[in-house]
Design a protein. Structure first.
Length: 73
């Protein structure tokens, strides 16, 4: 994928990371992003569970699957 332009979110993230003074600030910014996406993921999984798309049977099916991309030789 080739990226020719950046949207406002991408620019803001780059500027935020560029302003990090040291490794601790960089790690703190990364934690904020991780927590943001973890919260969104939890909310989406709850929505899927509530509407019946995701249930224990679906989780049991996923448990036995190998979904990783195979390595190229």
């Amino acid at each position: 994928m080739q990226l020719n332009t950046m949207n406002k979110s991408q620019i803001m993230i780059l500027e935020s990371f560029a302003g990090a003074q040291d490794e601790q600030e960089l790690e703190a910014l990364m934690d904020v992003l991780r927590n943001f996406y973890a919260t969104r993921l939890s909310a989406e999984m709850q929505r899927l569970w509530d509407n019946g798309t995701l249930d224990q049977n679906a989780l049991d099916e996923l448990r036995g699957q190998h979904l990783r991309t195979p390595y190229r030789k």
